[in-house]
Design a protein around this ligand. Structure first.
Ligand code: SF4
Length: 263
């Protein structure tokens, strides 16, 4: 879903010389604007719009990022496409990969919540996958993003069946008020058992962000949670979710043969 013709997308806030934070080696992070989710604590809120950033063609992007060619080659690094949701710009990514040095590696940071065609479109050119899974629990995912995670789970299984799992890092956040640390670890453990690399982390929410959004949007988050510290205990949340039920559902999905996915 490129917003302009001729493989041009909007790019905002290119970040150079990142080391091991968005994939291996020294990398340049290229955020592509536009996302179909509505995460309660979106840290790139301005990039949810497809209209933010400067229009850029793959050729123009190459001109901007090639000054770090030496570092990319020397470190096994390259370009990481983030967002927004980069997989909505598969044509752009494919074209860029055609013209950039083949020694560079290409990574995507994605929610994986995209139609299967968008995933298939970049399979051959992506070297590293970094997946922001949000939460495996469908109810919590819906509450947090406003969307179903059916595509996420299905696409994850698709990657696993293709044998891509070792190239996939799934990040599992512990988000105060949404899930618990234990649930995040259980999710990561399950994903690791499927062959994925996993990482759990404490999703720290800026105070200002909470003040801005908690009143009208994040009603599952207690208003007192403005002073977040590393050692804060899990907080109660509205509703009752069972990660075990979700893992059971995921297991069923993973053990159900998919049809037509390799066409
Ligand atoms: S997937 Fe990323 S860009 Fe999209 S709403 Fe969520 S945090 Fe924001």
């Amino acid at each position: 879903m490129d917003i302009d013709n001729d493989h041009t997308v909007r790019v905002a806030g290119i970040s150079r010389l990142r080391f091991e934070t968005d994939g291996p080696g020294i990398r340049t992070l290229v955020p592509l604007s536009g996302c179909r989710l509505d995460c309660a604590y979106c840290i790139n809120g301005n990039l949810r719009s497809f209209k933010v950033g400067s229009p850029c063609s793959p050729e123009e992007l190459l001109e901007q990022v090639k000054l770090d060619d030496f570092y990319f080659r020397a470190s096994g690094g390259g370009i990481t496409f983030g967002g927004g949701e980069p997989l909505l710009h598969g044509d752009f990514i494919r074209r860029f990969c055609e013209i950039c040095p083949q020694e560079w590696t290409v990574a995507v940071e994605t929610s994986l919540n995209v139609p299967r065609e968008d995933l298939q479109g970049v399979l051959e050119v992506v070297d590293h996958w970094i997946i922001d899974i949000k939460d495996l629990d469908s109810a919590r995912y819906l509450e947090y993003t406003g969307e179903s995670n059916d595509d996420v789970l299905s696409n994850l299984e698709f990657l696993r069946q293709l044998g891509v799992a070792p190239k996939v890092l799934v990040r599992v956040p512990w988000i105060r008020g949404l899930n618990t640390r234990k649930e995040a670890i259980l999710s990561a453990t399950h994903l690791a058992s499927q062959g994925f690399k996993t990482e759990t982390f404490d999703y720290l929410i800026p105070k200002d962000f909470l003040k801005k959004y908690s009143d009208h949007k994040c009603d599952f988050l207690p208003g007192s949670l403005v002073d977040l510290g590393d050692d804060k205990p899990d907080v109660p949340r509205k509703g009752s979710f069972s990660i075990h039920e979700q893992i059971k559902k995921l297991h069923e999905l993973l053990t159900t043969p998919l049809t037509g996915v390799y066409e």
